[in-house]
Design a protein around this ligand. Structure first.
Ligand code: ADP
Length: 153
């Protein structure tokens, strides 16, 4: 079963939207494998956003991610990375399609509610960066058979 990594950003925590966003992933049928609050450091954010290090907004994005604790979580399901990424919507909240998380809750390029892994490889690296192995749980939700056909899992 595939696992992906999600951060509920400070804007989400501050706006009281944690429950609504978690609810979307749960309703979709993704299984929560791990979740915790964390106050991120500049060091871990420099790693996490290393692909943006030459952008003029690099420090601003990192600072914004440290204005409050965030919620980090791991969601599990068939093709979970792609499913969560398509639920996320495009980076700019003003351009993201209605029905996506960013499209429904964000007016901003930066304050865009969630980080979600963009590939299976990235998800593995990010999960390792933010979680210990003991913090990720494997269990059998009773509803597997309501979520998938036998040949899908
Ligand atoms: P995504 O989060 O959609 O995968 P990126 O990895 O390109 O997008 O960027 C990481 C985060 O950096 C974005 O979610 C957003 O918060 C911020 N960001 C990206 N581009 C800009 C920009 N031009 N101005 C301000 N913030 C930006």
């Amino acid at each position: 079963m595939e696992r992906t990594f999600v951060i509920l950003k400070p804007c989400t925590v501050q706006r009281g939207l944690i429950g609504e966003i978690i609810n979307r992933f749960e309703k979709k049928g993704l299984i929560l494998a791990g979740m915790k609050m964390a106050w991120l450091t500049d060091e871990i954010l420099s790693e996490h956003y290393a692909h943006l290090k030459d952008k003029p907004f690099f420090q601003r994005v990192k600072d914004s991610m440290r204005t409050s604790p965030v919620v980090v979580c791991c969601w599990e399901g068939v093709e979970a990375v792609e499913v969560v990424r398509s639920m996320t919507g495009s980076t700019n909240g003003r351009k993201a399609l209605p029905g996506t998380i960013r499209g429904d809750y964000s007016m901003s390029m930066q304050e865009n509610i969630v980080h979600t892994s963009d590939s299976l490889e990235t998800a593995a690296v990010e999960l390792k960066r933010f979680f210990n192995e003991a913090e990720l749980y494997t269990y059998n939700p009773v509803r597997w058979s309501n979520l998938y056909a036998n040949d899908e899992i």
